[in-house]
Design a binder for this molecule. Structure first.
Ligand code: THU
Length: 135
């Protein structure tokens, strides 16, 4: 396998720390912020299943807690047959902090990469502009 791009490697490293005893599906996510720092997150499941959180949500929380505010690039990795697509909720969460053209790399642990963008993942995103002028 050729060396992984650095942000994918960061996602692969944090994936190993996932808490996924219920699905058995570990996911890692890494964000490069516009401010120039790397932030990592993994999925954290809960016995009360809906309380679990996705890797992307963890990486976003780490970025915000560290004081950064905008996403420049994202990588997500899992041991899936094809590059793992973020869930619908995570697409909306990423769109909160990323411009539409922000690159997103979706990866498998066996080395497949799919390059996409926030806009491709969430076309027609609801944003603050849709609330303009509302009473
Ligand atoms: N999961 C993520 O962390 N990110 C994704 O993009 C897809 C799904 C997690 C949630 C849950 O812990 C497990 O994968 C199975 O759905």
């Amino acid at each position: 396998m050729p060396p992984r791009p650095p942000l994918v490697e960061a996602a692969a490293e944090v994936r190993l720390r996932a808490h996924a005893p219920y699905s058995g599906f570990k996911v890692g996510a890494a964000i490069l912020s516009v401010e120039g720092h790397e932030h990592r997150g993994c999925n954290v499941e809960n016995v009360a299943y809906p309380e679990g959180t996705c890797a992307e949500a963890g990486a976003i929380a780490a970025m915000i807690a560290a004081g950064d505010r905008r996403i420049a690039e994202v990588a997500v990795i899992a041991d899936s047959p094809t590059p793992v697509p973020p869930c619908g909720g995570c697409r909306q969460k990423l769109a909160e902090f990323a411009d539409p053209d922000v690159p997103v790399t979706l990866a498998t642990t066996s080395g497949a990469l799919l390059h996409t963008t926030v806009a491709e993942l969430l076309p027609g995103a609801f944003d603050a502009g849709h609330m303009e002028g509302s009473a």
